[in-house]
Ligand binder design. Structure first.
Ligand code: ATP
Ligand code: MG
Length: 189
């Protein structure tokens, strides 16, 4: 059992149960909040503190909404590329199937192969019109189920739009056994 830290959620990972529990606890950096809204800098004392509290509440609300959207999207779509979200208690906690995330170790073959293959599969598609392409390049958002790709971070609207368009293509075409050479990647990405 361990805790993983996402930008929006803290995730309690329990491989023995085959489940993860996602809590809407975003990573809030006070410095970033100050930069985002200059009135924070101008305000002082209680009102300054109050502004920060309001901003933190705003972030938590966004994380709750993300959890809830993830659950609803899974229920509506049931696409096999999605790691099933079995249950959500109004977005305050989501229960999702566990999948071992694709390694981020730079020595790992999977990691460079993952990036190479994603670049090739999305080459020529208008992915960036629908989603932050980096979301689909972070292997930490994916695992394998058998020889199929599985995504577990799909709470954001733009990610869901991209999945509506490219989910089938990704599910059908991603091949964990394919070996992409550096030259092939250069030519096709
Ligand atoms: N179903 C799952 N199985 C295994 N690990 C998971 C699962 N869901 C999430 N994790 C782990 O928890 C981390 C954070 O989860 P997730 O990406 O869903 O949260 P987030 O706050 O939306 O993240 P981000 O930082 O990408 O915005 C993931 O990077 C992954 O390591
Ligand atoms: Mg993530």
């Amino acid at each position: 059992m361990k805790i993983k830290h996402g930008v929006w959620r803290k995730v309690l990972v329990v491989p023995n149960l085959g489940l993860v529990f996602k809590f809407p606890l975003p990573l809030v950096r006070v410095r970033t909040l100050k930069k985002q809204n200059k009135t924070y800098l101008e305000s002082r004392g209680l009102s300054h503190f109050f502004c920060l509290v309001l901003a933190v509440i705003g972030f938590v609300k966004k994380a709750v909404a993300m959890n809830w959207r993830e659950f609803i999207y899974y229920r509506k779509s049931l696409h096999p590329i999605l790691q099933p979200t079995y249950f959500s208690f109004l977005g305050l906690v989501n229960i999702q199937r566990y999948g071992e995330t694709i390694l981020l170790d730079s020595e790992s073959n999977h990691n460079s192969q993952f990036t190479f293959q994603m670049d090739i599969l999305f080459h020529g598609t208008p992915l960036r019109l629908y989603s932050d392409p980096h979301h689909f390049k972070h292997s930490d958002n994916f695992s394998f189920r058998g020889d199929k790709l599985c995504m577990h971070d799909y709470g954001e609207v733009h990610v869901q739009k991209a999945l509506d368009l490219f989910g089938d293509m990704l599910y059908q075409n991603y091949d964990p056994n394919r070996v992409v050479s550096f030259e092939e990647w250069c030519d096709n990405s």
